[in-house]
Design a binder for this molecule. Structure first.
Ligand code: PHE
Length: 454
């Protein structure tokens, strides 16, 4: 086998992994999921899920990847000692492929909004027009057509592919080390403004004062699914990045930093978006269109709003691209190792396939939106199936594999390489993999499938 590339520094690994984790999941999905599911109660369950399930799975995926030093599919077989485990890895890789097809569509929408904020076209509205109707029509006009979203989502995937095609150290790592600080600066500017809005205190109440009466199994699994999606778990992303981590790095430490960064950015996204929503009396429950229909109304009313709009959509683009990079990397690493094609060829083959998938999603929102099953479009189905079924399933099987088959001694051995001896607390986190994650998620999934709502 050819020499595998490796990340060159700890900061590079953290930047790339946090770049993978921080994405549309934090800025677009988290606020609308929290908004739709009662705000604070959802957020508390999400935080518990992050600490008790997310963090242990983050270091487990890294450790599995570094141990096996191969693509996500074969990692499962190597760690499990049997080829049948590869099917779990395959499900993970299939999941990330399906996600990348709608992720590129939404990133395309974001680039469209960025472009039209920059030209000012987005805010060309006559004083007599109602702004709600106007922004709804802008969104519908864009998302229901074929050509425009396709072109913008292709821009997204091509930028991504250019980075991947260079390689891990010189492409993924270098780019992440530039983009993550940019993201942070944009964030701080926008949050700074947001805290000055009159709706800030109302949104603090909405986000942090819990109302548990709204909690159902569907809300719980929604929050756990959100935690996994946001940390890029259950899709082979951290396994793949782990396979490029050298034996001198402290995996537990990296896992803590990545988990912390991702969670902080999700919460801050809530603080960025909801004050504006409350200040201008918009609906926090708007759903996926929250950042496309609600927020532009805010930008319209704000002094200098157009430039905030430019910065905001730029922020989302940066976050989304580093996530897309990690998605493609999973597929590319797998392709390279299965076919022996070069990185360049593998990259463009994957781009081709993803673009076809993206076009199907775009058509499903646009010209083919009449094709609905159970009231859901293709994108709705993919989002639902991956977040509620395949991601939790892969996560449970990963926990079972690491906790019961690979066993804690081996997991610990890998974690201690480049790190420090395991403490009592570390051991307790490992037991979570065995005793907490599998039964909790299995019970919730059964409840969800049986349609138990109480
Ligand atoms: N974690 C990313 C986000 O929050 C999404 C992602 C999923 C990235 C799978 C990589 C792999 O947007």
């Amino acid at each position: 086998m050819k020499n595998r590339d490796t990340f060159s520094s700890q900061i590079g690994i953290v930047a790339a992994s946090a770049g993978s984790a921080i994405g549309l999941g934090n800025i677009w999905r988290f606020p609308y999921m929290a908004g739709k599911n009662g705000g604070s109660a959802f957020i508390i369950i999400y935080l518990v899920a992050i600490i008790l399930m997310g963090y242990p799975l983050v270091y487990t995926e890294f450790a599995m990847g570094r141990r096996a030093k191969t693509n996500a599919v074969d990692t499962f077989g190597i760690i499990g000692g049997k080829k049948t485990w590869n099917s779990v890895g395959f499900l993970a890789v299939l999941t990330v492929f399906l996600i990348s097809t709608f992720y590129m569509m939404i990133t395309g929408w974001v680039i469209y909004y960025f472009y039209h904020s920059l030209t000012g076209g987005l805010y060309h509205i006559s004083p007599s027009t109602d702004s709600v109707t106007y922004f709804k029509s802008v969104f519908t006009h864009m998302s229901s057509s074929m050509g425009i979203p396709l072109i913008f989502s292709m821009i997204a995937i091509y930028i991504t592919a250019l980075i991947n095609s260079i390689g891990i150290k010189e492409g993924v790592e270098k780019y992440s080390k530039i983009m993550m600080p940019v993201l942070l600066v944009l964030f701080i500017i926008l949050i700074g403004y947001s805290t000055t809005l009159p709706g800030f205190s109302q949104s603090m109440t909405f986000l942090f004062k819990p109302d548990f009466s709204v909690v159902t199994p569907a809300v719980i699994i929604g929050a756990i699914g959100q935690a996994f999606f946001s940390l890029s778990l259950g899709m082979g992303a951290l396994i793949t990045y782990g396979s490029y981590i050298s034996k001198t790095e402290n995996i537990r430490k990296i896992a803590k930093q990545v988990t912390f960064a991702d969670t902080a950015i999700a919460l801050f996204s809530g603080l960025l978006i909801f004050p504006a929503v409350f200040t201008y009396n918009l609906e926090p429950t708007a759903g996926p269109s929250l950042i496309f229909i609600s927020l532009p109304q805010v930008f319209l009313k704000m002094p200098g709003g157009r430039w905030f709009s430019v910065l905001f959509f730029l922020l989302v683009i940066v976050a989304a691209i580093t996530s897309l990079v990690s998605m493609l990397e999973i597929l590319i690493t797998y392709t390279i190792e299965k076919t022996n094609w070069t990185r360049k060829t593998s990259t463009w083959v994957i781009v081709f396939l993803t673009t076809i998938g993206g076009a199907i999603n775009i058509a499903g929102e646009g010209p083919l939106s009449f094709v609905q099953i159970g009231g859901r479009t293709i994108f709705d189905w993919l989002d639902y199936l991956t977040n509620n079924i395949t991601i939790p399933l892969v996560a449970v099987l990963t926990a079972i594999l690491a906790g019961w088959v690979w066993k804690n001694v081996h997991l610990n051995k890998e974690l201690e390489i480049g790190g420090t001896p395991s403490t009592m607390l570390d051991h307790q986190f490992n037991s979570i993999l065995k005793w907490l994650i599998p039964p909790t998620i299995i019970i919730l999934m059964i409840a969800l499938i049986l349609g138990i709502e109480a």
